[in-house]
Design a protein around this ligand. Sequence first.
Ligand code: UDP
Length: 234
Amino acid sequence: MAYKRILLKLSGESLMGSQQYGIDNAMVLQYAHEIKAIQEEGVEVAIVVGGGNIFRGLSAEKSGMDRAQADYMGMLATVINSMALQNALETLGVYTRLLSAIKMEQICEPYVRRRAIRHLEKGRVVIFGAGTGNPYFTTDSAAALRAIEIKADVVLKGTRVDGIYTADPEKDPTATKFEHLTFDEVYKRNLNVMDMTAFTLCDENNLPIIVFDMNKDGNLMKLIKGDTIGTLVK
Ligand code: UDP
């Protein structure tokens, strides 16, 4: 195995599948299968799920809402998604713990760094809900922050595209894919990997990022085994 402990970041939108909104349970189950497979290989798996399929603070602000209030709503959306993923994993018999940055005792544990690490050591899949617990941040920042806190070897950012391109491949057919990039190259070329707060956190803490296509069966396992999939930023 190329990695002992990983942090997998899934966007909220990835849970929609082909729907326009909300959660497609078949999609969530597919992800759960992929996660279970790597967990069974002994990889310690922590996950951060976004909330964009339900609510985004920034979009709500544009329609007149108070930004902080809207961001808290966005954080609650990530907890809903996290519960869906937890449910899917448990359906497959995977032990999980959902740790939330905002206390919700009836449905999940509060986030405690040492407890998160203990769960990982015991082979449980840990899902971090409610982002960082702070407005004006994103779940990419939560992914970077938690990965650093738990000393993950890498952040795996599962997306719909199979890596980082010179331009948006869904809009520009001439865009070409990078296999490797340094943090400096990403700054210089002004590429969009994660938001800048998240990206800088990874850079300053020497935490590699791999952007890859999570929707392709077996990709997660291939990555874990050390295959060159997606784009590595190091
Ligand atoms: N959010 C926040 N602080 C955090 C993480 C998330 O305020 O630490 C809010 C923010 O409003 C964001 C929403 O939760 O728009 C959903 O998260 P995000 O947009 O990162 O989800 P994704 O794009 O990955 O689905």
